[in-house]
Design a protein. Structure first.
Length: 145
């Protein structure tokens, strides 16, 4: 039985920084936590913006031997196991409201907006100062590491 996006309830997403840590060996503790989180994520959602940000941000890993081809393959691999949430025009309006009410950056508000539109219940990130935005639970997986 195929469930529509609206019928899925326990969807999880990660912010760009989590995906970067998976492939960044400079902080082994964060790398281990991020790797375990991503590899065990149930009902994962790949936010379009996160995928794009990851491809751009992963360039900082080139000096560590991680190249562009590996970054693109990593995103392709995630696409095979997670649902990909594509942006809609309504997300921009929602993002604008999130900026006003939660003092988020434009890009963070777009990620939160995409999560809310895709019915994501938990967003894993280390960048937000909130634990809940409009019903989206925000967890910093490194908080106690």
């Amino acid at each position: 039985m195929h469930l529509s996006l609206a019928e899925r309830y326990y969807m999880n997403a990660v912010d760009t920084n989590i995906l970067i840590y998976v492939n960044d060996p400079r902080d082994l503790i964060k790398q281990e936590i991020a790797s375990l989180l991503v590899s065990n994520l149930i009902d994962g959602v790949l936010i379009w913006q996160v995928a794009c940000e990851y491809l751009a941000a992963s360039r900082k890993l080139e000096s560590l031997g991680y190249n562009r081809e590996q970054a693109y393959q990593y995103i392709r691999d995630l696409q095979q196991v997670w649902y990909t949430a594509l942006p809609s025009w309504a997300m921009i309006d929602r993002a604008e409201n999130l900026i006003k009410h939660f003092n988020l950056s434009h890009w963070d508000s777009m990620i939160v907006s995409a999560c809310l539109e895709a019915n994501v219940k938990i967003l894993y990130t280390e960048d937000f100062g909130y634990t809940n935005i409009d019903g989206l639970k925000i967890i910093n997986p490194f908080k106690n590491s």
